[in-house]
Design a binder for this molecule. Sequence first.
Ligand code: APR
Length: 247
Amino acid sequence: MQAVESSPMNRPVKSIVVLTGAGISAESGIATFRASDGLWENHRIEDVATPEGFARNPQLVHHFYNQRRQQLLQDHIRPNAAHMALARLEHEFPGEVLLVTQNVDNLHERAGSRKMLHMHGELLKMRCQESNLVFDLREDIGFDSVCRCCQTIGNLRPHIVWFGEMPFHMPQITRALESCDLFMSIGTSGNVYPASGFYQIARSRHAHTVELNLEQTASSFEEHICGPASEIVPEFVERVLCSVQSP
Ligand code: APR
């Protein structure tokens, strides 16, 4: 682990917001989005993660998310030490902790996190485009699947926020950012708005802002801790919990 820049948390912490991205799940075996070739699991992001891509070729998009879902359900895909540490933070920290994830996997829940929001949706859910009702899902869906609520073919879509769509839970997330004392950003490249601007909201309200990532991104956090999430997140959580216990 290499601490690129360090500054002590010299103010009392009562409320924490944690933002996670694909990097926290990388060591669990789930590929991140922005590999150097600009492809995501051999597909162009425009083809599989936009409403236009879905309108053009729904079968391709269903197939893509069916594959991601089946991957997530494989036995060897499990929460890692970073997911576990955040669940520990939620349970042991005496103040407020809100976990906001951009990830569509369920590894935080499986690690034990309960107070969390999936701002970009969930792989294990589908949505009826007619009624907006959301259903749990473990099996594959296709363009010809019959919707459970309207009994119609062609109305189901993955419950995923695509580029050009509004992320979920924004009012609640913004309120938490405006009142937190500590903002932690973990395993995200900071390329996607609005999550990329969260640290600025927190900072404008005088929260301490920390990035924990494999590499330092372009965003100006007060503190950058570089290394694999499974190592640096448990260490940082320990530091936060010790700081509230010490007089
Ligand atoms: N530990 C910590 N960080 C890691 C690790 C690791 N083991 N492995 C990779 N990273 C870092 C990378 O260095 C990178 O900065 O995680 C970040 C992952 O960035 P992205 O692939 O861009 O993922 P993310 O920021 O979550 O993407 C945001 O973009 O495509 C959309 O909706 C999708 O939610 C996604 C959003």
